[in-house]
Every structure is written in C-alpha cells, then in structure tokens.
Ligand binder design. Sequence first.
Ligand code: HEC
Ligand code: HEC
Length: 315
Amino acid sequence: MDKFTSPGWAYWIGGVTIVSLIGLFLFLRATARQTVFRDRNGHVIATTGHVWDGDLQEFNNPLPRWWMGLFILTLVFAVGYLVLYPGLAFFPGTLGFTSARMYQHESSAYEARIAPIYAKYNAMPVDQLAKDPAAMATGQRLFLTYCAQCHGSDAGGSRGFPNLTSQDPKNWLYGDSGALLEQTITNGRDGMMPPMAAAIGQANVPAVANYVRSLSGLGHDAALAAKGAPLFAQACAACHSVGGTGNQMLGAPDLASKTRHWLFGSSLEAIEHTIEHGHSGHMPAQAKHLEAEKIHVLAAYIFGLAHGEKVGAGD
Ligand code: HEC
Ligand code: HEC
C-alpha cells in the first residue's frame, strides 16, 4: 500500500487520534468538576448566569454520573483497542492481528472440517462414488461452479462444447471411464481438427461432406458420397478411423454415431465449413486451481451422468 499513498498520512491520522483522545480526556475532567458561580455580591448561585428571553436560565448541573461513566468507557475502549489491534499509524498492535491471518485461520478451519469427507471420497473408486448421493450432490455443486459456464448447467454441451451426459461410450471424445475422465479434467484436452480443403482439393469438399453425412445415416447425395469415400480413407481416416468411427486417443469424434452431439453442427454447410477451416477445442486443465480430491468427485459426477446414476438426490 505504501506504493500508492505517502506514509505521512498514517502518521497524520495517528497524531489526530492521539490528540483527540487526550483532548477528550481533559475535556471530560474539566466538565466533571462542578464549577461554582457567584453573583456580583459573592453569593453562590445555582445557575450559570446565562439568561435568555428575560426568564430562561441555564442551571449549573454537572453531567449525570452514568453519562460520564459511558464517556470514560468509550475512552478506555479506544485506548485498549489501539494497544491490541493495528490502528495507530504503523503500530501492529500487541495481538499481532492481521485480516490475512484471520482469513487463513478461517479457511484452514473450513478445510479441516471438510478434509475427512474428501479423504473418504478419495478412497472410493469413481464408479462407486458415483452411486453415493451425497458425493453426487457435492459433485453437482462443484460442476455448477467450475464447469457449467462452458458445458451448460445440465452438462448437455453446446456449440463447440461436448455433451457430458451421453450414455453411449462411443459418443465421448476422450472416453467415459473413471480414469480417462479424471485425466481429462486434471490435465485438460486439446482437440485439433486441421483445415483439410488443401489435402482433399477444394472442389472435393462437398463430396467428402456428403460421405461424412452418410456415415451416420443423415440425408446425402449418394453419388457425391461415393466419390468422397476414398478421399476420406486417404485424408481423414488417420484420425477419424476407417468408416469414421473416431479415435479417443486423439479426441477425434465418431462421425458414424447416430446419437452423438455434433460439436459444430451436422448440416452439409456446417460439415463443409469444418472441413475447410478445421477447429480446435480447448478444455482447460483444472489441476491448477482444483485439488485432486475435488477433481476425483467431479470425475465421479460426470461418470454418474454417463452411466445413468441418479444425480443430486442427496441435497
Ligand atoms: C473454458 C471452457 C471449459 C471449462 C471451464 C470446462 N470445460 Fe470441459 N471441455 C471444454 C471443451 C471445449 C472441451 C472439448 C475439447 C475438445 O474439443 O477436444 C471439453 C471437454 C471436456 C471433457 C471431455 C468430453 C469427452 O467427450 O471426452 C470432459 C469430461 C470435460 N470437458 C469436463 C469438464 C469438467 C468436469 C469441467 C469443470 C471442472 C470442465 N470440463 C470445464 C471446455 C471447458
Ligand atoms: C489430425 C487429425 C484429424 C484429421 C486428419 C481430420 N480430423 Fe476431423 N476432427 C479431428 C478432431 C480432433 C476433431 C474434434 C475437434 C475439436 O475437438 O474441436 C475433429 C472434428 C471433425 C468434425 C466435426 C464433428 C462435430 O462434432 O462437429 C468433422 C465433421 C470432421 N472432423 C471431419 C473430418 C474430415 C472429413 C476429415 C478429412 C478431410 C478430417 N476430419 C480430418 C481430427 C482430425
């Protein structure tokens, strides 16, 4: 903070605080004593001698005792506070209190409370954990916090973001086993579909696109598809496999599936666009900001979605 403000301000405010406290104390002491007023002849009078409107007089009463007591208490509190806590210029206070330390204390207390729960979850294999309603509820909360902004709150995916609820293992880009899910979430994934128009020839893009549509039984031009088939085998099968059934090692989707969520659309135009321009999907690694225990619970949550476990029943 010193970088932005001059330390002079801290000393100035500290000085004003000390002078105010001393001033208040002296002022209280002065008013605590009853001053005796006398008239011209030397007789003691009960009023201060001030008169307004002809007959309004100010009586000379000391402050009530309880009122004084409260004032003194606030003074004592202020001095005590300034001795114990940081408040005066750069004096740190005798308790050594800092807000950072308090935060640390509270968050480690929280961690200590939930650590045994996560330790229990961590000891369970993903498929077993996916059957635990309380763990699934925790997984759902984690998912809504860390994943839903990309994958949707129902994990159904959208353009460019895969559906994480498919119960057909072949529809998964990288696989739906517990170990693979944990790997995907921990390290992230990068799916790379290169632009392919140059490799197959720009004029052949519609033929290959028609062949791709034929693989999953979508409407297509049979003659064009037949022309595209050998081109596909030559330029695409290295990643998408023969017959377009995909390769989970590369994250190359199964183009023959009838139930898969298309990342970039299944219309002829969309497929032609993908072939011409390629696509790269980036799933960010979560290990940087999520503990392994939380990733384990998240993997179980996704596993539950992929295997039809009842989710969120523990709430
Ligand atoms: C910034 C957006 C983003 C966030 C946040 C994100 N993902 Fe992803 N995720 C993606 C993209 C994009 C892909 C597809 C990668 C590809 O195209 O190869 C993906 C892929 C996946 C896959 C692989 C799916 C398959 O078919 O194999 C899983 C599992 C997954 N994400 C889980 C999660 C979980 C769990 C979280 C939260 C911890 C999460 N993701 C957070 C963008 C995101
Ligand atoms: C280097 C490997 C590689 C090659 C070669 C390749 N692809 Fe792909 N393809 C991928 C990957 C990986 C993805 C997923 C991209 C992503 O995750 O963003 C993909 C995605 C696609 C998609 C989008 C699917 C969807 O769900 O929207 C289509 C269509 C496609 N490829 C067709 C082809 C065709 C046709 C060829 C040959 C002309 C081809 N690919 C060549 C790796 C490849």
